[in-house]
Write a protein that binds this ligand. Structure first.
Ligand SMILES: [Zn+2]
Ligand SMILES: [Zn+2]
Ligand SMILES: [Zn+2]
Ligand SMILES: [Zn+2]
Length: 152
């Protein structure tokens, strides 16, 4: 995490992003380098990081705003399926508040993996494929004592 400083100087600096001389009255100082005010941007959302005191994050040579940094790298946690830690750079599946290893994201009942576009359901924090979800739902309905609540 680094803070951005807006500085005003008579000296000329080369912008760390575009390699052009900075002729502007104000320039940004961050990561021990100088930047045009427009050149210091989040690699993800393109938002300007030039406001004084705004923090930026450097990760894997990417400059990121706080929001994107947290979105990309800050929110790893434990896999909801196997309970093991998910490393920051792993691809994950997100399902609501829960995160899963890509390999752990499968139907709780039949272990079927999901492809992009497949429908899945979250039931009691367990992922179910469409078939199993349908079965569970029906089983629940038939076991319910007050089934009139559900029937039309
Ligand atoms: Zn520049
Ligand atoms: Zn951003
Ligand atoms: Zn896992
Ligand atoms: Zn299933």
């Amino acid at each position: 995490m680094t803070n951005t400083n807006i500085i005003s100087t008579n000296k000329s600096y080369i912008c760390a992003n575009c390699n052009q001389i900075i002729n502007d009255r104000y320039m940004l100082q961050a990561l021990d380098k100088m930047w045009h005010e427009d050149c210091l941007k989040c690699a993800c959302c393109d938002c300007r990081l030039g406001e004084t005191g705004s923090t930026l994050y450097l990760k894997a040579n990417l400059i990121l705003c706080k929001r994107d940094y947290l979105r990309l790298f800050g929110m790893t946690g434990h896999c909801a399926s196997c309970q093991r830690l998910i490393p920051a750079f792993d691809l994950v599946m997100r399902c609501g508040e829960l995160v899963y290893h890509l390999n752990c994201f499968s139907c709780y009942e039949c272990q079927q993996k999901f492809c992009v576009g497949d429908r899945y359901f979250l039931y009691n924090n367990q992922i179910l494929c469409e078939d199993d979800h349908e079965r569970t739902r029906k089983a629940l309905l038939s076991s319910s004592t007050d089934s009139s609540l559900f029937s039309k």
